[in-house]
Design a protein around this ligand. Structure first.
Ligand SMILES: NC(=O)C1=CN([C@@H]2O[C@H](COP(=O)(O)OP(=O)(O)OC[C@H]3O[C@@H](n4cnc5c(N)ncnc54)[C@H](OP(=O)(O)O)[C@@H]3O)[C@@H](O)[C@H]2O)C=CC1
Ligand SMILES: O=C1O[C@H](COP(=O)(O)O)[C@@H](O)[C@H](O)[C@H]1O
Length: 354
């Protein structure tokens, strides 16, 4: 944990502390830490940083969802089949094995970054953009997540991970995980939120993929080509695109998967997108806690993952081996299929030329 004390209070000044993860290792240790920090600082002075909340397209989520009439009636269990929130890295722990081995991919990425993104995808409209209103809604989502089911988890560890001299030979630490979360509320009952994260995979990206249900009574027989998907690519090359079915241009009445595309590099040429930390440090100076994690949010997020993490720590849940440079264990794609995700085949992306 890194604590950075920005300014010491004096007459007319202010004190704010920025706290970087790890915020403990489980529910108990996180609460203990929160209590200790709470003895020194008031909650409005504590800025628990999650750098994913500073990413441009993560910050765009609230705007997309609540400033566009288009999405309001669609954003629910009646229309959405499943949601994937994905983090992939194409490199391993590289020199950070010692740190990483004590935490693993769930504590490193899923319990914080991906869960924060999930909150923004799933939360109800806040009363206003005031930090407390937003964070109240995020807490409600987290508290509606039901306990994780064993058969909705796939863990992996890439071959060669234990070769790192700082990693114990018998390490059980996952470097890959797919975990399905289910939200028990009126909007999301029955919709799997699939959180995937892995190191040493075949690509580097972070994205949110919202897959819609099939069209009922499809007169075009086009279901095989793929469902509508709304994709928010956080990185690399920020983009928002909607995969949809259109008429194949030409004389025949046939259909094809195409896209409505907002590629930031194309649309916002010459615009510099600030680094996540740059933005969040500025928020701290301005005293805006909107994009920071509140104590009760942190507690609720540890509550979700602690039972699973303890079982992994005790060696009761073993990661499957996977080849570096692969997609991770094949069982993860199988779990995705079982959860209802239908992969599009035959869709070809033709990048626009600048
Ligand atoms: N503006 C832009 O830059 C745009 C770019 N594109 C690009 O076009 C390409 C195709 O786009 P899209 O169809 O959206 O994305 P992909 O084809 O990359 O992935 C679609 C989904 O299929 C999953 N998947 C991929 N391979 C397998 C497999 N072997 N078994 C099971 N599931 C699999 C992916 O999982 P996972 O996420 O885990 O890989 C993901 O959920 C991508 O490279 C995309 O970046 C498309 C539109 C706009
Ligand atoms: O917090 C962390 O994030 C990085 C990935 O950050 P990104 O902004 O490049 O997506 C990850 O490599 C690291 O393991 C983790 O601790």
């Amino acid at each position: 944990m890194l604590i950075c004390r920005l300014f010491v209070a004096n007459l007319g000044g202010w004190t704010r502390v920025v706290v970087e993860k790890p915020f403990g290792k489980d529910l108990e240790s996180a609460e203990e830490l929160s209590t200790q920090i709470g003895e020194l600082f008031e909650e409005p002075q504590i800025y628990r940083i999650d750098h994913y909340l500073g990413k441009e397209l993560v910050q765009n989520m609230l705007v997309l969802r609540f400033a566009n009439r288009l999405f309001l009636p669609l954003w629910n269990r009646d229309n959405i089949d499943n949601v994937q929130i994905v983090f992939r890295e194409d490199f391993g722990t590289e020199g950070r094995g010692g740190y990483f081995d004590q935490y693993g991919i769930i504590r490193d990425i899923i319990q914080n970054h991906l869960l924060q993104v999930l909150c923004l995808v799933a939360m109800e409209k806040p009363v206003s953009l005031k930090p407390e209103h937003i964070r109240d809604e995020k807490v409600k989502v987290l508290e509606s997540v039901v306990p994780i089911s064993d058969d909705e988890v796939v863990l992996g560890q890439y071959e060669g991970y234990r070769d790192d001299p700082t990693v114990p030979d018998e390490s059980n630490t996952p470097t890959f995980a797919t975990v399905i979360l289910r939200i028990h509320n009126e909007r999301w009952e029955g919709v799997p939120f699939i959180l995937k994260a892995g190191k040493a995979l075949n690509s580097r990206k972070a994205e949110i993929r919202v897959q819609f249900k099939d069209v009922p009574g499809d007169i075009f027989k086009c279901q095989k080509q793929g469902r509508n998907e709304f994709v928010i690519r956080l990185q690399p090359s920020e983009a928002i695109y909607m995969k949809l079915t259109v008429k194949q241009p030409g004389l025949e009445m046939s259909t094809v998967q195409s896209e409505l595309d907002l590629s930031y590099g194309q649309r916002y040429q010459g615009v510099t997108i600030p680094e996540a930390y740059e933005r969040l440090i500025l928020d701290t100076i301005r005293g805006d806690q909107q994009h920071f994690v509140r104590r009760d949010e942190l507690k609720a997020s540890w509550k979700i993952f602690t039972p699973l993490l303890h079982r992994i720590d005790r060696g009761e849940f073993k990661p499957l081996p996977y080849k570096p440079g692969s997609r991770g264990p094949a069982e993860a794609d199988e779990l995705l299929r079982k959860a209802g995700y239908v992969q599009t085949h035959g869709y070809i992306w033709i990048p626009p030329t600048l």
